[in-house]
Design a binder for this molecule. Structure first.
Ligand code: TYM
Length: 376
């Protein structure tokens, strides 16, 4: 493949490639930017804005304004998000989940969380059903460790819980043609037929609350923008089967530690998994691509470039909550006071502290898992 082609942006639920241009995605996917007016409407209910909103990490939406209009009138909403359990969780996955937890707390609302052990079995030749089911339970521990409310959080393990999804998935599937699915998801002649039906199953939890409780309210889906194709087809079907269109709030990708691209489990050396021991975390961060200069002398003289530095992005996304301290780090980098070595070892320490706490909570979650099972 030519270099230029390799750098061509591609964002699908299964692959993200090239430099992601988020403005262009808003136009191409037909979503809406999150405006200051919308942020102010959220702030009215939450009191404070989460760093992921303040820093534009959640940058785009569909119908968030509609959900807030309804909320103003007393119509609640439910949250829906998920995970494709193909291996251990990395800190990129935690980004939308941490935000989802904040929304659950501030809006006191239910979360439906889908573990797609079926999807990952269908799309990955190397994984058996046994593998994906095992990862689903392991990944659920990472979710629970983030502090979701057991009274209000319902994890759907697709294979085990298919009975709660199947009738809704059928209603959806009947209304999506093969030609729409192929155009949306890029299916080929060689795609297995399980995968072709599968998008109907990711659509189903958008409507599950109405089925379980009889209460017809919209679902709001926080996730990175790679999942958007699913919602495009689901939204077309929703009103035809008597439900609200699901709304979305989209985040950017936490970058991998290499030059460009999202953090992705398929590139383990540039991803930090929640199960990585401290020395591995240190090594991965130490080898990261930064915005630093070729030599210390040059860096002292000319300063670094935090805008193209993966390490700096980790502070922005998760590891420096204090806006003033973040600005100070940026200033010190740009004027050559702060060198990459110090910035990396600071980050490694913070990431390891975070992961150590996370793993303690993750172990405790083993005893709580059954509280999160979806009830019929
Ligand atoms: P999966 O397992 O690929 O990803 C889980 C969630 O993590 C987001 N994500 C990221 N966010 C920030 N930075 C990254 N580097 C990064 N990589 C992944 C994804 O957008 C997703 O929100 N098919 C889905 C599972 C699913 C789902 C859903 C996801 C089922 N229902 C509803 C979101 C909402 C999947 O394989 O996700």
């Amino acid at each position: 493949m030519e270099g230029e082609e390799r750098n061509e942006m591609l964002v699908t639920p299964w692959e993200v490639r090239g430099k992601v241009d988020y403005e262009r995605l808003i136009k191409e996917f037909g979503t809406q930017p999150i405006t200051p007016t919308l942020l102010e409407r959220i702030r009215r209910y939450t009191g404070e804005l989460h760093i992921q909103l303040r820093r534009g990490i959640f940058f785009s939406h569909r119908d968030l304004d509609v959900v807030l209009d309804l909320y103003d009138k007393g119509v609640k909403f439910v949250l829906y998000t998920g995970r494709g359990p193909s291996g251990p969780v990395h800190i990129g996955h935690l980004i939308p989940w941490i935000f989802t937890r904040y929304l659950q707390e501030k809006f006191n609302t239910r979360l439906y969380f889908q573990m797609t052990d079926d999807e990952k079995f269908l799309v990955d030749d190397k994984l058996s059903l046994e593998d994906t089911r095992r990862f689903a339970y392991e990944n659920a521990l990472d979710l629970i460790a983030l502090g979701f409310d057991p009274e209000k959080t319902f994890i759907i393990f697709d294979v085990k819980d298919i009975d709660v999804l199947y009738d809704i998935a059928l209603e959806v599937a009947k209304r999506i043609t093969y030609s729409t699915a192929r155009a949306t998801f890029g299916f080929q002649e060689s795609t297995n037929i399980g995968w072709i039906f599968w998008p109907a199953l990711q659509a189903a939890p958008c409507f599950i609350h109405a089925k379980l409780t009889g209460e017809n309210v919209p679902a709001l889906i926080p996730a990175a923008i790679d999942q958007d194709p699913y919602w495009r087809v689901t939204r077309d079907v929703a009103t035809k089967i008597g439900y609200y269109k699901p709304a979305q709030i989209h985040c950017r990708f936490l970058p991998g530690l290499g030059p460009g691209g999202k953090m992705s489990a398929s590139m383990p050396e540039t991803s930090i998994f929640t199960t990585d021991p401290p020395n591995i975390v240190k090594r991965k961060i130490w080898n990261a691509f930064t915005g630093g200069r070729a030599t210390v002398e040059e860096q002292r003289k000319l300063g670094g470039n935090p805008m193209m530095c993966t390490i700096f992005q980790y502070y922005v996304y998760l590891f420096e909550e204090d806006d003033a301290k973040l600005a100070e780090r940026e200033r010190r980098c740009k004027n050559g006071e702060l060198l990459c070595g110090e910035c990396k070892s600071d980050l490694a320490e913070r990431v390891n502290r975070f992961l150590e706490e996370h793993r303690k909570k993750r172990e405790k979650a083993r005893d709580m898992l059954d509280k999160f099972y979806i009830k019929r």
